[in-house]
Design a protein around this ligand. Structure first.
Ligand code: UDX
Ligand code: UDX
Length: 461
């Protein structure tokens, strides 16, 4: 039996480790966190994150070979392999503020591992970290005078929220980076063995530490770049009567381009994309590559433009004023099937509409609590409403900001009747049947397609 420990019971640790536990019944998996409420929630009927399929796996493994705890020190001393998935937010102070990763939790965790270890261990970086972080970790961990040896591995997560269980059960690849020393390679092999319990060996890639660390940032940068690229084209489509969905389909049929991640939208959100790209930008600057830094920075700039453009199109289309008008935002989560609102474009749009003094009401099936928390002081000026019909009642406009499938099944005739006329729908996800909505009487504004409106004064910003 191997004692596996994960430090950090957030989205990453909390969705990865139960799946490891379920596939490796002979090993013991413990997840620790400093946040007591979170640890309690993981052991309750109401998990702290909404992730389809995860409840079932936690229920099957909890108390058998999966355990949650706040006793970090004790579990460190018992562990053979320690996964670290504490958060690494963007640093908000000092050198690299706004771009570099804030590694204080990581370093604190490394020191805690050192202080509580009486045997040699494998330490696995699960959090996304800047390239060469492992070097600093190795230095801290191996600075002990008691003969212990720590092998640091990089094993980035590639799971997307909402499909985390599926991604982890059947990953495109698992990436493991380690030192090219004998003990480094032994550690890599131990982790390969763990994943090989359910992942075909040809999908388990092993690289050097730095390639693995960098690949995580690059994978996210490439994914985000595709969205920013199609979103840039969506702006052009709106000017030229081209249809961005048709363009995406046409280019995606080329196998060299591929059809995934070409959905034009109000913008990308989530805890990773922006943070990881800014991290990449910082690294490029640090290594004296300003041109490379500027190239990647533009992916984030385009995303901010897309969010701002969406909000200003709303204002422009609604006769250049939305002050005092009720506007219903359908969706707060940064994507469907999660309760996560970190960097959600929905909240960016909300902030922009509040600037214009709109009367904003947000509805979402799972993310209202997080939305309220993330909006901070501004939350006082927003109404949170679980029922989309109530949210839309007496509204001038609806903006679809998260692609929840529930929103495709609503009775829009009923919604239309309850709204102030002219009634507007701004579809930030191109989710709905625009022609049908137009026929019902709505003025419909998709992303990257000609608007369907009877209003002659339409004036796109
Ligand atoms: C985060 C980052 O967003 C992601 O990019 C990175 O790859 C891993 O860390 P996530 O799991 O989504 O992923 O973060 P979060 O939900 O904030 O969870 C981190 C957890 O670590 C929190 O529950 C926090 O309480 C815990 N933590 C943090 C500790 O247990 N100890 C610490 O010292 C710091
Ligand atoms: C991402 C990566 O996909 C994952 O591999 C990594 O481990 C963590 O970061 P995640 O942020 O959970 O995962 O979600 P993802 O599905 O990548 O979506 C990110 C954002 O892009 C969402 O706001 C989504 O709505 C948006 N998106 C995605 C688009 O706007 N268009 C698309 O075509 C795809």
């Amino acid at each position: 039996m191997t004692n596996i420990l994960c430090i950090g019971a957030g989205y990453v640790g909390g969705s990865t480790m139960p799946i490891i536990a379920s596939h490796c019944p002979e090993h013991r998996v413990v997840i620790v966190d400093i946040n007591e409420k979170r640890i309690e929630a993981w052991q309750s009927d109401q998990l702290p994150i909404y992730e389809p399929g995860l409840d079932e796996i936690v229920r099957q493994t909890l108390g058998k070979n999966l355990f949650f705890s706040t006793e970090v020190n004790r579990h460190i001393s018992e562990a053979d392999i320690i996964f670290v998935s504490v958060n690494t937010p963007t640093k908000m102070f000092g050198k690299g503020a706004g771009k570099a990763a804030d590694l204080q939790y990581w370093e604190k965790t490394a020191r805690q591992i050192l202080e509580n270890s009486t045997s040699s261990k494998i330490v696995v970086e699960k959090s996304t970290l800047p390239v060469r972080t492992a070097e600093a970790m190795e230095r801290i961990l191996n600075s002990n005078g008691n003969g212990l040896h720590f092998d640091v591995l990089s094993n980035p997560e590639f799971l997307a929220e909402g499909t985390a269980v599926r991604d982890m059960q059947n990953p495109d690849r698992v990436l493991i980076g380690g030192r090219e020393t004998e003990s480094g390679q032994k550690a890599v092999e131990a982790l390969v063995e763990l994943y090989a319990q359910w992942v075909p060996r040809e999908r388990i890639l092993t690289t050097n530490l730095w390639s693995s660390e960098l690949s995580k940032l690059v994978a996210n940068a490439f994914l985000a770049q595709r969205i920013s690229s199609i979103n840039a084209i969506s702006a052009l489509c709106e000017k030229t009567e081209a249809d961005v969905s048709e363009v995406a389909h046409a280019i995606g049929q080329d196998a060299r381009i591929g059809r995934h991640f070409l959905r034009a939208s109000v913008g990308f959100g989530g805890s990773c994309f922006k943070k990881d790209i800014l991290n990449l930008v910082y690294l490029c600057e640090h290594y004296g590559l300003p041109e490379v830094a500027r190239y990647w920075e533009q992916v984030v700039a385009m995303n901010e433009y897309q969010e701002a453009r969406f909000a200003s199109n709303m204002v422009a289309s609604m006769f250049n004023t939305i002050a005092g008008k009720r506007v219903a935002l359908f969706g707060a989560a940064f994507k469907a099937n999660t309760n996560d609102t970190r960097e959600s474009p929905a909240l960016e749009v909300c902030r922009a509409l509040l600037e214009e003094h709109a009367d904003v009401v947000i509805t979402d099936p799972h993310a209202l609590e997080n939305a309220r928390y993330d909006l901070g002081e501004l939350a006082k000026r927003v109404t949170f409403e679980l029922d989309p019909y109530v949210a839309a009642h007496n509204a001038h406009a609806i903006a679809i900001l998260t692609e929840w499938s529930q929103y495709t099944e609503l009775d829009y005739e009923r919604i239309y009747k309850s709204m102030i006329k002219p009634a507007f729908i701004f579809d930030g996800r191109n989710l709905l049947n625009h022609k049908r909505l137009y026929e019902m009487g709505f003025n419909v504004y998709p992303i990257g397609k000609p608007p369907l409106t009877r209003l002659v004064t339409h004036n796109q910003a």
